[in-house]
Design a protein around this ligand. Structure first.
Ligand code: 3EB
Length: 335
């Protein structure tokens, strides 16, 4: 048995070895942020993302575990693992000379869709994307915008509709090195998309933000292995489709937390005193992490697990972005 049913945790290098030993055979994924450390072998291949960790530790490890036994299912360059209920996977593509972020995103998503189809887990629930120079220009188009074009091409090529029923929750952030790194989780059944009434759905953004809109829903809820899961996409200081509070990190933090609160209000399973909340906070500049940490504590209390990362955000006017996950055990009377 894993210690918490299906779910996610953040660990420091000090605790990771014992944790992985206790959960042996039940680890779906390990994603390391910051300075790489040696890890004992597990049922999955660890992924490293070159984004510095703020707030003291040099390394933070995100771990996904399951109650059920996990088996590896690598296929066609994708490292994967499954417990029978969810399929976890990651893909890292190098950008060779002459290639664009657009073509990389297209290739990565095409591989992911083939991988999902191959294993019979066709519903993408949650995706994380990291790549360097996210706000830099590439042949006249910002790399993040090129990424959006490539992602869109792959959705179309694989006959995947761009609507609430088939779009995952997601995050897209800048890393310091590496090429394109994506990790994801999929299921056999679709989740339920939750949009934010304060914001236009990202896949309906006007062309102002590039030739193709980003493809993600603001949040997604799913019941997986006896847990209500609520996945909150990267959330920022956006109202409607526009960035608000340019240059003001404090107001951006408050607006972001209001957007997260608005999403949580739409899930009946969210009970602040129960369940487990985890957040990843991405800050463009490290100097305001204390200010943001104070606001996050005021909003969610001391129970929430938070990792602070120093990274670029996909819109150059955003100073921070926060993503989250909330897990609450299904009560027996629900079933
Ligand atoms: C936004 O709300 C901020 O391109 O997959 C957040 C989460 C953002 C995911 C993505 C982008 C993505 O538009 C940016």
């Amino acid at each position: 048995m894993s210690e918490m049913g299906f779910g996610q945790d953040y660990l420091s290098p000090v605790g990771i070895e014992a944790y992985l030993r206790r959960n042996q055979g039940h680890v779906l994924g390990v994603i390391g942020f910051g300075r790489p450390v040696d890890l004992p072998p597990t049922s999955c291949t660890p992924l490293w993302v070159d984004i510095p960790v703020l707030g003291g530790a040099d390394t933070s490890l995100e771990v996904w575990v399951s109650d059920a036994a996990v088996s590896p299912c690598d296929h066609d360059g994708i490292h994967g693992s499954s417990d029978g209920t969810v399929l976890f996977g990651s893909v890292t593509l190098a950008q060779h000379a002459g290639e664009t972020m657009q073509s990389l995103a297209n290739q990565a998503y095409s591989r992911i869709f083939s991988f999902l189809d191959h294993h019979g887990f066709s519903h993408l629930l949650r995706v994380w994307h990291y790549f360097p120079q996210i706000n830099d220009d590439e042949h006249g188009l910002e790399r993040y915008r090129g990424f959006n074009v490539g992602r869109h091409e792959a959705f179309v090529a694989h006959g995947r509709s761009i609507s609430e029923e088939s779009v995952p929750a997601a995050s897209a952030l800048g890393s310091n090195s590496g090429s394109l790194t994506i990790y994801f989780m999929a299921a056999r059944q679709p989740g339920k998309a939750v949009e934010n009434p304060r914001q236009i759905s990202a896949y309906h953004y006007p062309q102002l933000f590039g030739p193709r809109s980003p493809i993600f829903v603001r949040a997604l809820s799913a019941t997986l292995a006896g847990q209500h899961c609520f996945f909150i996409s990267g959330t920022a200081s956006i109202v409607g489709y526009e960035t608000v509070h340019h240059g003001d990190a404090e107001k951006q933090a408050a607006e972001t937390l209001l957007n997260i609160r608005t999403l949580l209000q739409q899930t009946p399973h969210y009970q602040p005193a129960q369940g487990r909340m985890l957040l990843k906070v991405y800050l463009r500049h490290e100097e305001y992490w204390e200010m943001v940490a104070t606001k996050v504590r005021a909003e969610f209390g001391d129970q929430v697990k938070v990792v602070y990362l120093h990274s670029n955000i996909c819109r150059s006017d955003l100073l921070l972005e926060i993503e989250g996950a909330y897990f609450n055990e299904v009560e027996v009377s629900d079933e």
